[in-house]
Ligand binder design. Sequence first.
Ligand code: FES
Length: 66
Amino acid sequence: MNEQEIIEGLRTVCTCKGIRKSVFLKQIRAGVRTVEELKKATGAGSGTCKGKRCTPKIAELLKREK
Ligand code: FES
């Protein structure tokens, strides 16, 4: 992992729950393939906005990493 990837990984994807990008990437690399599964595995989408803010970001991340 290079420095850029480490910095990128620190970005918060789910603001409500404070879940960073690296947490999602780890799940995707472990084989998680849907937005719903990713939410369940990380706890994202269960914050006050109910996933309104993070769901599009999770979908985008998944699309890019697949
Ligand atoms: S940003 Fe993820 S639940 Fe609100």
